[in-house]
Design a protein around this ligand. Structure first.
Ligand SMILES: [Mn+2]
Length: 335
């Protein structure tokens, strides 16, 4: 959907309502948080009050710093009742993606996203999915600009960081639209706040987890795999997948971990035009949900209670991952 039309459709939809709920994908990343924060500003400029809800947790130290430093109010899903809201929006995700709090069990009115369009998209009033964009925050920045809604320092910094982190060199491709949005936001951002978000203080648990992870790293040619065992937060898995991709000679990383009875994994690829998203989707076809972009993807599935069965599932997943990359014959070695 084109920006002017989307803004008009959102305005028509919310102008005579009083409460709008904005949801992100579970365990929201900076782009999801910023997109929700920006859409809230847009919606509130049209009249109603907007509330941001999220499933899972705000896990990474950077993400927690972002929410705190920029004073972004977000509520865990058990504190939010969709029934009490007139309009429900989903940003940086799709209701049929299997990674939003209520999925398709809930009526959705607005979907704004930059992930590949999923099958089974329900009928929504406003559907703006721009696969080619580096960030959902870019789309939202365009809306705010179009509607002449001014951004303050906190909102500008949030959107700027949302875009920057999604198009960062460990993530995915960017377009001119992303660069243009960042240039528009740049004069208003706070560099001091941005630094506090990007280099947050880190708890000792992170370094302890890193120490344990290093011992479990296995390298197959240019592919690094690391089973982190049980982790406190699924975001730890993404962080390690990012970190290990910096290792010389490595083109792909896969980090896995167990959390709350689920197996989560993150894939990262160094080169443009890789196929991380499709690989993640294929690995979990029929047993869980996976997907993402060309250089960054993730997946999650339920695990059985039985320890032996869990080990077997993880071993199979790693084997199939190596097969997908044609590295199944590579000799594994430790770091
Ligand atoms: Mn995103």
């Amino acid at each position: 959907m084109e920006t002017a039309r989307a803004v008009r459709a959102i305005k028509d939809l919310v102008a005579d309502t009083s409460r709008v709920l904005i949801l992100t994908h579970n365990n929201p990343d900076p782009d999801a948080v910023a997109a929700a924060f920006g859409l809230k500003a847009l919606v509130e400029a049209f009249g109603p009050r907007a509330v941001i809800g999220y499933g899972g947790i705000i896990g990474r130290a950077e993400n927690r710093a972002m929410v705190k430093q920029l004073r972004i109010q977000m509520f865990p899903m058990d504190m939010v009742d969709p029934e009490e809201h007139d309009v429900v929006a989903v940003v940086d995700a799709q209701p049929s993606g299997g990674n939003t709090p209520f999925g398709q069990k809930m009526r959705t009115d607005i979907v704004i996203d930059h992930h590949p369009l999923r099958e089974g998209m329900p009928d929504v009033q406003v559907l703006d999915v721009r696969e080619e964009y580096g960030a959902t925050s870019t789309i939202i920045t365009g809306y705010l600009h179009m509607a002449s809604v001014e951004w303050d320092e906190n909102l500008a910094t949030a959107l700027f960081y949302g875009i920057k982190s999604d198009i960062g060199d460990l993530s995915r491709d960017s377009t001119r639209a992303d660069h243009l949005a960042m240039r528009m936001l740049f004069p208003t951002i706070s560099h001091n706040l941005l630094t506090r978000i990007e280099r947050p203080r880190i708890p000792a648990a992170h370094f302890l987890a890193l120490r344990d992870a290093i011992g479990n790293v296995q390298i197959f040619d240019d592919v690094l795999v690391c089973d982190l065992g049980t982790v406190d937060s699924p975001d730890m898995i993404a962080e390690m997948a990012d970190d290990f991709l910096r290792l010389k000679g490595i083109l792909w990383t896969m980090c896995l971990g167990e959390c709350d009875g689920k197996l989560n994994f993150s894939l990262r690829a160094l080169l443009h035009g890789s196929i991380a998203g499709p690989v993640a989707e294929r690995l979990l076809q029929g047993v869980g949900s996976g997907g993402g972009h060309d250089r960054s993807a993730a997946g999650t599935m339920l695990l059985p209670e039985d320890e032996e069965a869990r080990r077997e599932i993880k071993a199979q997943l790693i084997e199939r991952f190596l097969q997908a990359l044609d590295r199944q014959n590579a000799e594994g070695r430790y770091l």
